[in-house]
Ligand binder design. Structure first.
Ligand code: FAD
Ligand code: FES
Length: 266
């Protein structure tokens, strides 16, 4: 495809985006900055479906949008090397291009929150990045933001300083090498506040904990992952069950990746 070529397949947008920068911000964790017209349409919590620039890998890889800079038509993605696809992404550098489908998914609902509101953000490991744009936008609306981050070890801690610009940050590590020892529940159970909304993204265990703890909360959100193929709602590779239903399911790529607590089976 020509570097400037963009096309729409129904509601699906494809664009060859430009790599502006890439940096390793923690061991095996990279921050990739992309530029293109698609940025104008991006919302917090959506993801991009990236074509691996190697014909041996047919399926695209989903990566969340970490932050959005509409003025400069740039967005930041933060990903960890897991296998061949993400290893190839890590070799990209300034001036390269990437075939991008998106922005995909529903994103977080940040509406109806203001100076009177207090929200809780909970992120774990490589699930922290999409919360950066959430924190930035809520802070800009005057919302009080409390952020609890959980990591395996000190080495894996990312975005603590960036998030601290927007709210009070608590960090936990499983081995106690940084912050409070344990997982995020150790901090959350002692927070003496009522939150108007809860936004979370992390590993399956953390998502189960948030789902249970805030099951009936009217505005508690989970950003979920699943193995994906088409990434556009057609193949049903990414479905989750709905409580008390054998027939209804939800597609992570199209109906999510953000779901309200209590609405899907984890
Ligand atoms: C909506 C969504 C948003 C995501 N956002 C991010 C992000 O911001 N940063 C990030 O680092 N990763 C993110 N992921 C996970 C990322 O898509 C996978 O790590 C990536 O596709 C792995 O590709 P690979 O070719 O490197 O590894 P593969 O060779 O495809 O897989 C390597 C290992 O990773 C596991 N894996 C692959 N895909 C997934 C997946 N979707 N979920 C869980 N495990 C998987 C495989 O089971 C295998 O063990 C997201 C996934 C989804 C569904
Ligand atoms: S990945 Fe095909 S429907 Fe979600």
């Amino acid at each position: 495809m020509n570097p400037t070529c963009k096309k729409r397949l129904g509601a699906i947008r494809l664009e060859i985006m430009k790599v502006v920068a890439q940096e390793e911000i923690a061991p095996a964790i990279f921050e990739l900055v992309l530029e293109g017209e698609m940025v104008e349409a991006m919302r917090a919590g959506q993801f991009l479906h990236l074509r691996v620039p190697d014909d041996a890998h047919l399926l695209r890889r989903p990566i969340s949008i970490s932050s959005i800079d509409k003025a400069n038509e740039q967005c930041h993605l933060i990903y960890r090397i897991e296998g061949a696809g993400t290893a190839i992404f890590s070799t990209l550098s300034q001036g390269d291009t990437l075939d991008v489908m998106g922005p995909q998914g529903n994103g977080f609902d940040l509406s109806d929150l203001d100076e009177q509101s207090q929200v809780l953000l909970v992120g774990g490991g490589i699930g922290v990045p999409p919360l950066l744009e959430v924190a930035k936008e809520l802070y800009a609306s005057g919302v009080k933001v409390v952020i609890v981050l959980g990591f395996a070890t000190k080495d894996a801690v990312i975005l603590e300083k960036e998030l601290a610009q927007y709210g009070q940050v608590f960090v936990t590590t499983d081995d106690g090498s940084y912050g409070t020892k344990g997982n995020v529940s150790v901090v959350i159970k002692d927070l003496d506040s009522q939150f108007d909304a809860v936004y979370s993204c992390g590993a399956p265990g953390m998502m189960k904990y948030i789902n249970q703890t805030f099951y009936d909360h009217p505005r508690a959100y989970l950003s979920l992952e699943s193995r994906m193929a088409c990434g556009m709602g057609a193949c049903y590779a990414c479905v989750l069950k709905v409580p008390e239903s054998e027939t209804v399911s939800q597609r992570v790529c199209e109906d999510g990746p953000v779901f309200r607590t209590g609405t899907v089976v984890l």
